[in-house]
Design a protein around this ligand. Structure first.
Ligand code: ZN
Length: 119
């Protein structure tokens, strides 16, 4: 069974899709990095009023530490979008959703990719 299948079964993210899954090194141990992308055609939702609006831009990718799988640390890699809300102005989209990805983490630059895809 593919890792993506398991994630879709246990942690389906409405409005999002799982992209590439890579085996990486993090903190000296093996870990999984899972790319999370917006579903094509989905409009961003304002974190202020909760209404969808036109996209404004995309912020740099961040990593979120999720619960480990088979003892492997799991990081969701996710680039936040901003929405140009008619009421609230430019706001980060889907903040509530983002919290479900786990805790934002740093130190990503120290990661060395072990290469290959295991999705
Ligand atoms: Zn708004």
């Amino acid at each position: 069974m593919r890792v993506k299948t398991i994630l879709n079964r246990v942690q389906k993210q409405p409005g999002f899709v799982y992209g590439a899954i890579r085996f990486i090194q993090a903190r000296g141990a093996g870990a999984l990095e899972v790319e999370v992308r917006y579903r094509a055609g989905g409009r961003p939702t304002c974190s202020g009023c909760g209404l969808p609006g036109p996209g404004y831009d995309t912020l740099p990718t961040r990593q979120y530490e999720f619960v480990p799988l088979w003892g492997l640390a799991v990081f969701f890699s996710y680039a936040r979008r901003r929405v140009d809300c008619r009421t609230c102005g430019v706001r980060v989209a889907e903040l509530r959703k983002e919290r479900e990805f786990g805790r934002a983490t740093r130190g990503v630059t120290a990661w060395a990719s072990a290469g290959g895809s295991c999705g």
